[in-house]
Design a protein around this ligand. Structure first.
Ligand SMILES: Cc1ncc(COP(=O)(O)O)c(C=O)c1O
Length: 384
């Protein structure tokens, strides 16, 4: 089967509803199409509120949000930020672009998020921040991260780009246990609203914080650090990372439907888990008891005994009409960083294995039960 065939199942399709169309056309008709306009404030307010935060700063992408968040740390050369090797390059490059050094940790073999047991050994006198990244919708085990950050006086830059609506059970071993949303736990927390995300504005992102001074600084960085008293006078360099009003209009409409979107994502994840849990040679996505995942993308890792790696498995699934995407490739395996002399001789066996053996299955909101059944049948058939 070819990707252009009508019954080929794509890995993701955005679900744009009637309200999205109405608000975007209302915005365009109003003429307020730049980054000035009421939908920006409304989107920032609503998304920050949903995540339980005081301030939201809408930006042009998650990558831009991470870069601003790290820039606000005012790193000096040699200052370090700890992050998982298994993530998107946006995380490590934000540290490098702002003059710092990324320090890596390996992944948990089942949740694929940062292995928090390795964190303390990576903290040095130069460490300024930890950047936990919730992977494919599953939260990082945040309590150890937050405890270490408090103990060593570190900033937490929470990358929640893939975890809209996911939740984490805080204080799980006490009687004060409570569920909190991903995006509520960092000193700053960053979302992406790229087209394949749970909430999308096409391209876009947001940085959240509770700190009024930090929020002010992020707003300034987003908008070229225009001086407050005299326009076009600048005391420092910033970025143009502004989101447009009509992207924000799309976002506002999506936030209105967030509960429906999250429950649909969870339903898809649970549907896969039930049908794939006993398939030999396959490790499906998990959900820890202290986590509520939205299964942003439903990942699977293939056992080596299958005789296949993820690329071969993906080719078989494609022949059966099912689109997939490979897992991240660890930062320590990136040619660009190797050429820069970074991560020399470093080895992260879990990340290396899941990069080789992992892929994600179609996970979009528009998937029907019949399509999910076809994906599961194709998975089983490809493993025979
Ligand atoms: C974990 C993570 N962080 C950051 C980003 C960057 O977001 P964007 O694509 O909006 O720049 C992504 C993008 O997919 C991501 O998956």
């Amino acid at each position: 089967m070819k990707k252009s065939d009508s019954d080929f199942i794509p890995v993701n399709e955005p679900a744009i509803g009637q309200l999205e169309l109405e608000l975007v056309s209302q915005c365009v008709r109003s003429g307020w199409v730049s980054s000035a306009g009421s939908f920006i404030d409304e989107f920032e307010h609503k998304w920050a509120g949903y995540c339980g935060r005081r301030y939201g700063i809408a930006v042009s992408s998650g990558t831009a949000g991470l870069q601003m968040a790290v820039r606000a740390l005012e790193l000096r050369p040699g200052d370090e930020v700890i992050l998982p090797t298994f993530t998107i390059i946006s995380c490590a490059q934000a540290v490098i672009y702002t003059g710092g050094t990324p320090v890596l940790v390996d992944s948990d073999p089942e949740t694929w998020t940062m292995d928090v047991n390795q964190l303390e050994s990576r903290i040095s006198s130069r460490t300024k921040a930890i950047m936990p990244v919730h992977i494919y919708g599953h939260p990082v085990d945040m309590e150890p991260v937050l405890n270490l950050a408090a103990k060593h006086d570190l900033t937490v830059i929470e990358d929640a780009a893939e975890a809209h609506g996911s939740q984490y059970l805080m204080h799980r071993s006490s009687c004060n246990a409570k569920w909190v949303r991903c995006g509520s736990m960092g000193t700053v927390s960053v979302f992406s609203f790229y087209a394949n995300k749970v909430v999308t504005t096409g391209e876009g992102g947001m940085v959240l914080t509770d700190d009024p001074a930090l929020a002010e600084r992020l707003r300034s960085l987003r908008n070229l650090c225009f001086g407050p008293d005299r326009r076009f006078r600048h005391d420092e360099l910033g970025y143009n990372f502004r989101l447009t009003n009509f992207q924000a209009a799309l976002g506002v409409a999506q936030v209105e439907r967030i509960d429906e979107i999250v429950s649909r994502k969870r339903w898809i994840g649970e549907y896969y888990s039930l049908r794939l849990k006993d398939v030999p040679l396959l490790q499906p996505a998990v959900e820890r008891p202290w986590a509520s995942s939205t299964f942003w993308m439903y990942g699977v890792v293939l056992h080596e005994e299958s005789g296949m790696d993820a690329a071969a498995f993906s080719a078989r699934l494609e022949q059966r009409g099912v689109d997939t995407r490979p897992f991240f490739l660890g930062m320590h395996e990136q040619p660009v960083f190797r050429r820069m002399g970074l991560f020399d001789n470093e080895c992260y066996p879990v990340a290396e294995r899941i990069a080789r053996q992992g892929l994600y299955l179609p996970s979009g909101l528009t998937l029907t039960e019949e399509q999910l059944d076809r994906v599961c049948a194709a998975v089983k058939d490809s493993l025979r």
